[in-house]
Write a protein that binds this ligand. Structure first.
Ligand SMILES: [Zn+2]
Length: 340
């Protein structure tokens, strides 16, 4: 039985989390006040303790409402230290839950909204990481991410700035945002231009199995943000297994956005039992009232994952992380050293 301290110590990995999605309402208020910014009146509920966004619609409408709230939360940030603080804050909290490695989706477009260019944004994030790493040893890498609903031209600009400023912490290129905006093929130039070997794209969340196939074939990704709706296509499942596809599964996000109505209908367990190389992510923890610790706990409590199976999820994530071999080896050692 897993509980308390022994569960906390189980090494965890968050392989799918958007940096601005980790801003807590408390942090948003703190940053807004020091920047003399009034947050959007729609952003918080009346208690001021939770972000407010509609979840009454279907998955696509919920995703769009959520993406608007995400941009509103980002808009309280104005300075370099804001990015450093949110990075430190999340890594510190994740490390307290036993998380040993985080891969953040970062967005040059959101950095620009804050008033920082790409280089300044990376520098600020690196500062927050250094501080957290000194305290807990947690490791972090970054996935420079284009936002699908900002369009292919904006995506190409993100790829260009990523390629133009090499930073050792930026190890992957990704795509997030509204899966139904534009076509996957529109973003192929951006993926080809980024110059990074690590690639992941959101697909098979708000859109069906076909987008998973397209992301795989057109963008040449093997890691997929969500991919959960691949379960609707038996042939696709076989194909995905044969290429060792990695679904980055974020259960609380899928439930909050109503991709699935409940745990029972969510395919996490079926993916794992089928032999897919499943990893977990908290996605936008502050908006979906979760954390990476909670995602592991949900896998245990609601999907019957044993301690050995949870460790397998962590091992999968480290094996598929966009990180150099030396750090990968250290992380695998940490997982192997975990005492049952
Ligand atoms: Zn995501």
């Amino acid at each position: 039985m897993l509980f308390g301290d022994s569960f906390r110590k189980l090494p965890k990995v968050d392989l799918h989390v958007h940096l601005e999605g980790t801003i807590t309402p408390e942090m948003a208020k703190k940053i807004a006040s020091r920047n003399n910014v009034i947050p959007s009146p729609q952003l918080m509920d009346s208690s001021g303790e939770h972000f407010r966004w509609s979840s009454d619609g279907d998955a696509r409408h919920n995703l769009i409402a959520f993406l608007k709230a995400y941009d509103d939360a980002t808009s309280v940030m104005k300075r370099r230290e804001d990015y450093s603080d949110i990075t430190y804050d999340y890594l510190h909290r994740a490390a307290q839950e036993g998380c040993v490695y985080v891969e953040f989706f970062i967005s040059a477009d959101h950095g620009a909204m804050v008033g920082l260019d790409y280089k300044e944004m990376i520098g600020a994030i690196a500062d927050g990481y250094e501080k957290a790493k000194k305290e807990s040893g947690i490791e972090m890498r970054l996935i420079s991410t284009c936002v699908r609903h900002y369009g292919p031209e904006a995506a190409l600009k993100v790829a260009d700035v990523t390629r133009g400023y090499h930073h050792p912490l930026v190890t992957g290129f990704g795509m997030a945002g509204d899966e139904n905006a534009h076509t996957i093929a529109d973003f192929r130039p951006a993926f080809m231009a980024s110059g990074l070997a690590g690639r992941t794209a959101h697909a098979g969340e708000a859109s069906g199995p076909e987008t998973v196939r397209q992301a795989r074939d057109i963008l040449q990704v093997r890691r997929f943000g969500h991919m959960v709706r691949a379960i609707e296509d038996v042939k696709l499942m076989e194909e995905q297994k044969s290429i060792l596809a990695v679904p980055e599964v974020c259960v609380s996000s899928n439930i909050a956005l109503k991709v699935y109505p409940d745990y029972k209908s969510h395919p996490l367990r079926r993916f794992f039992d089928y032999g897919l190389k499943v990893v977990l992510g908290s996605d936008d923890p502050s908006f979906f009232n979760t954390s990476i610790g909670r995602e592991y706990k949900i896998a245990h409590d609601h999907f019957g994952f044993t301690e050995t199976e949870l460790l397998q999820l962590s091992r999968n994530a480290v094996e598929e992380a966009f990180v150099g071999e030396a750090v990968r080896g250290q992380l695998l050692d940490k997982i192997a050293a975990h005492k049952h």
